[in-house]
Write a protein that binds this ligand. Structure first.
Ligand code: NAI
Length: 695
């Protein structure tokens, strides 16, 4: 079947796009549209053309698989030219969504009618791209430059009614979309709606204050650091207010090409596909078990956030703690968080009320028997967790899934105290759990396929990005954090300061440096864990005492007002006392301090991440390199425009990373033992997953 059908309704021709599921602008769709435009033009009995989508949507967008490839004709440009040169009016009839190139197809038409629940938008910026089919030129002409800037640099969808108010949609369909579109075509043909050429309209772009653009740039400068596309978008919209449509469009085409070939765009498109792949489990075919009611054990920082995540998805949640005081604290956190969301306007009152109504609190664990899924978030202590799981095993109904939110403990050791290890797994939420989208799903050696499939289905319901991890210390995220955190500690001993390392990381694009992050999370918990680990650490391995010394001074980070930094509120201030502590440690260890360039700091930290990531892949802890990138960009602040540590390494050239790791190994010893997978992937032309498949 052709991807565009062409029919006649009296003197109006209708081109219907049929390319399920989203009517993407494939080559076939473009060819079909071109033929429809030409056929309607050639037929003297046709007075207008309607373009409409078959199925559930208009043309939802370009085909992402085409990005970065040479354009096959007819390109979207050719179609836009044909529409603009068409003497017969063309009406776009929009239902479902019209995004990106799909919207630009509609914008190039003379008139637009939309279903009341349709959505339009220019989401390109989210993939490091920008509108490339005239979006930056149409929007300011229709809605004015201020709206154009907001819509195209945010990438957020716009409801049809809003777009109608702005003048981007001309009419909202009251009845059936096609019938209303045909009626609109008659109004155009009869002259009831005036003939118009939008590309020549200057009403909204005349006399624009040039300060508008500079202010917009200034306001967003921090947010757009390291990005290319939003800056280019502003330039093109500014140009639209100065230049003719054709000149502005030419400028947009050049800018689009530049974005299309930028590393930012390659990285963001990589993450788009990696996120889709992360939810797929190649070796699990079991069906998920339905989950309607959930219990959360432990109403602390994590438990409260986890309960909110479930309640926000409409699941009924029982929150349990061992004392009334702890429960009351947890519920206060929850009600406070909802009140803040409502007052900030990020959640309507009714939704907050509905979510809150889903949560009940108790200290009576016998009620847990009703839950389909129980998530434990008590103190990070194996004995306590095991005693909780013994109890859960006794009260939970058969088939209920028992999950632990542990960050560091062995999930199988927790499962082993139950009679149902197949129903036990880790669900490692990130803080704040109701906000962070990342969820590490930890598969123990005895976790069943059905348990895993259910966890993945629950994650989708919560709108989380679930990444499966093997049951290894630190799972994916914290294990890599330990590896590059250790390197950062060694860099301190060799001559760097916490503020220099943090600045190198924020210049790279992290929203916060490593040491500022440690201070925010609190230094004491990990200190206690370290003290336990130190009893088993092999003596030949290098160990930096700096973090321990800082804790011994009672400096536990932001919460004590002092950590690596001094704090004035939440603002970190470099502290000479910490610098002299570090200099003292270097002297004690006999390390001659030197000036370390930022580039070297970054190279060492990023190589440590990539080498550890390669080990994680080799050991089967992560299934794909993209999974590691998803964890790092969603849970650890790695800049998405750089694609994650494994993608960064690939873009930098794996052969050079392999050589750098080998050199660090010679210089710094065992922690740097090169991953054999890294060497193989370097040989396989830089593709981690090809090298992994050949394992
Ligand atoms: P927290 O100390 O804020 O909360 C723990 C809660 O568990 C307290 O309310 C306590 O009263 C309750 N509790 C202790 N024993 C209990 C028992 N036997 N029965 C019922 N309730 C009990 O701790 P937080 O930070 O919420 O951490 C909880 C778990 O989440 C830990 O395993 C931690 O490693 C993990 N985690 C923490 C993250 C964080 O950023 N804080 C991030 C990811 C995981």
């Amino acid at each position: 079947m052709t991807q565009v059908s062409y029919t006649r309704h009296g003197d109006v021709a209708v081109a219907t796009v049929n390319n399920p599921p989203v009517n993407a602008l494939s080559l076939g769709v473009r060819q079909g549209l071109m033929q429809a435009i030409e056929a309607s033009r050639a037929d003297s009995a046709v007075r207008a053309l309607v373009i409409i989508g078959g199925g559930s949507t208009f043309v939802a967008g370009a085909d992402i698989n085409d990005f970065g490839k040479p354009y096959e004709e007819p390109s979207l440009y050719a179609i836009i030219d044909a529409l603009m040169a068409n003497p017969k009016p063309v009406i776009a009839a929009i239902h479902g969504s019209a995004f990106g190139g799909g919207l630009e197809l509609a914008l190039a038409c003379h008139w637009r009618i939309a279903s009341p629940d349709a959505q339009i938008g220019q989401p390109e910026v989210k993939l490091g791209l920008m509108p490339g089919g005239g979006g930056t030129q149409w929007w300011p002409r229709m809605a004015g430059p201020a709206v154009a800037l907001e819509v195209t640099t945010s990438g957020n969808p716009v409801a049809a009614r809003q777009a109608h108010e702005w003048g981007v949609i001309d009419r909202i369909a009251e009845g059936k979309l096609l019938e209303d579109a045909l009626a609109m075509a008659q109004d155009v043909v009869s002259g009831a709606l005036p003939a118009r050429k939008l590309s020549e309209s200057t009403d909204r772009i005349r006399d624009v204050d040039p300060a508008l653009f500079d202010e917009f740039r200034k306001k967003n400068a921090r947010k757009w650091k390291g990005q290319l596309a939003p800056w280019k978008i502003v330039d093109c919209i500014e140009a639209a207010c100065r230049l003719s449509f054709d000149e502005g469009f030419r400028m947009e085409k050049d800018a689009f090409r530049e974005c299309e070939h930028s590393y930012q765009s390659r990285s963001l498109i990589h993450l788009f596909f990696a996120e889709r792949a992360a939810g797929k489990l190649p070796d699990v075919s079991a069906a998920p078990v339905p989950v309607a009611s959930v219990a959360v054990v432990g109403a602390g920082t994590m438990g409260a956030g986890i309960a909110m995540s479930f309640a926000n998805a409409g699941l009924s949640v029982t929150l349990l703690d061992s004392s009334d005081e702890a429960l009351a604290r947890g519920m206060k956190t929850i009600t406070g968080n909802y009140a803040t969301s409502v007052s900030r306007g990020s959640m309507p009152q009714a939704r907050a009320d509905a979510a809150l109504a889903c949560i009940s609190a108790t200290t009576d664990d016998s009620v847990l028997g009703d839950a389909d899924l129980i998530v434990e978030a008590v103190f990070e202590d194996m004995e306590i967790k095991q005693s909780v799981f013994r109890r859960l095993d006794a009260v939970a109904k058969p088939g209920a899934i028992l999950a632990t939110n542990t960050s560091t403990l062995d999930v199988d050791a927790i499962a082993s105290v139950t009679s149902r290890p197949e129903s036990v797994l880790g669900l490692h939420f990130f803080s704040p759990a109701n906000v962070m989208r990342l969820l590490e799903v930890v598969r123990g050696p005895r976790t069943s396929a059905a348990t895993l499939a259910t966890a993945m289905a629950v994650a989708r319901k919560l709108r989380k990005i679930a990444v499966v991890s093997g049951n290894a210390y630190g799972f994916i995220g914290n294990r890599i954090l330990a590896a590059y955190g250790r390197e950062a500690d060694f860099l301190l001993e060799e001559g760097a300061t916490p503020w220099q390392i943090d600045r190198a990381l924020t210049d790279f694009g992290f929203p916060m440096g490593l040491f500022a992050m440690r201070d925010m999370a609190g230094l004491d918990v990990i200190w206690r864990i370290r003290q336990q680990e130190n009893t088993t650490r092999p003596a030949h391995l290098r160990y930096s005492p700096i973090a321990d010394r800082i804790c011994e001074m009672g400096r536990f980070g932001q919460k004590t007002g002092r950590g690596y930094y001094l704090y004035d509120g939440r603002t970190p201030i470099p502290d000479p006392e910490i610098e002299s502590l570090i200099v003292g440690v270097s002297a004690e260890l006999g390390i001659a301090r030197r000036e370390i360039p930022d580039a070297e700091i970054l190279q060492r930290l990023l190589c440590a991440m990539a080498n550890e990531g390669a080990r994680i892949l080799e050991e089967g802890v992560a299934l794909r390199a993209g999974d590691i990138d998803i964890v790092y960009t969603n849970g650890y602040g790695f800049p998405a425009t750089r694609g994650g540590p494994m993608w960064w390494a690939r873009e930098a050239g794996l052969a050079s990373i392999r050589d750098a790791v080998a050199a660090y190994h010679r210089q710094h010893g065992d922690y740097w033992t090169p991953s054999p997978l890294l060497a193989r992937a370097a040989q396989a032309g830089g593709d981690w997953d090809v090298a992994l498949a050949a394992n």
